[in-house]
Ligand binder design. Structure first.
Ligand code: 5GP
Length: 210
């Protein structure tokens, strides 16, 4: 009996190091499928089309919305971001665990459509660390950093909607923790109904007439 893929949503404040953590998870455990989002944000230096994102014009993005090609989409600091539907559905149907690294409005929409999704919120251990990671990236002008911190303040109001809080202090430990959470989710009774049903049926013969 093949195990079912789990849809995992990873959100967190800008500067929490989600990208690095996701890369660590993919490098160490090749079995996860990381969804690549579409966005209207311009590429940062080094970001490759189809790997970091599918970079779209506003018109192209709006066409994807109209075509129903996105599971969810949201506006974040003046740009659109969205999750292409086909890849996620394909990977889940093949039993792979799929990871979406998306912000909170998207996470809410995923929860509505996939009630069994697991939602993780990743944060740096404190505000100074968050801030220095944001400025240390050196890719965003101060006003964008200010907008992203403002957004973090708003997003912090929604943390209770998530299932797990993960603190990204030590990268390796954080990667292991996320992997452990996903493994535990696979062990949940509610995710093993078929297995339980089968073993019960096999045992039934012993209960007859005894
Ligand atoms: P960044 O511009 O730093 O790459 O991403 C900005 C925010 O957009 C991050 O919080 C990231 O998780 C989120 N994001 C990336 N892709 C998606 C997506 O497909 N949908 C939604 N809702 N948010 C996304």
């Amino acid at each position: 009996m093949g195990r079912q893929g789990i849809l995992i949503v990873v959100s967190g404040f800008s500067g929490a190091g989600k990208g690095t953590v996701m890369k660590g998870l993919m490098d160490r455990y090749g079995s996860y499928a990381l969804s690549v989002s579409a966005t209207t944000r311009p590429p940062r230096p080094g970001e490759v089309e189809g790997k970091a994102y599918f970079f779209k014009t506003r018109e192209e993005f709006e066409q994807m919305i109209a075509d129903g090609a996105l599971i969810e989409y949201a506006q974040y600091v003046d740009n659109y971001y969205g999750t292409p539907r086909a890849y996620v559905e394909q990977q889940l149907s093949e039993g792979r665990d799929v990871i979406l690294e998306i912000e909170i409005q998207g996470a809410r929409k995923v929860r509505e459509q996939f009630p069994e999704a697991v939602l993780l919120f990743v944060t740096a251990k404190d505000l100074p660390t968050l801030r220095s990671r944001l400025t240390g990236r050196g890719t965003e002008p101060p006003e964008v950093i200010a907008q992203r911190l403002c957004r973090a303040a708003q997003e912090s109001e929604g943390i209770e909607e998530y299932d797990y809080l993960v603190i990204n202090d030590d990268l390796d430990a954080c990667v292991e923790e996320i992997h452990g959470i996903i493994e535990s989710e696979h062990r949940k009774i509610s995710r093993n109904k078929d297995f339980i049903h089968q073993i019960r049926e096999e045992l039934e013969v012993f209960s007859k007439g005894e």
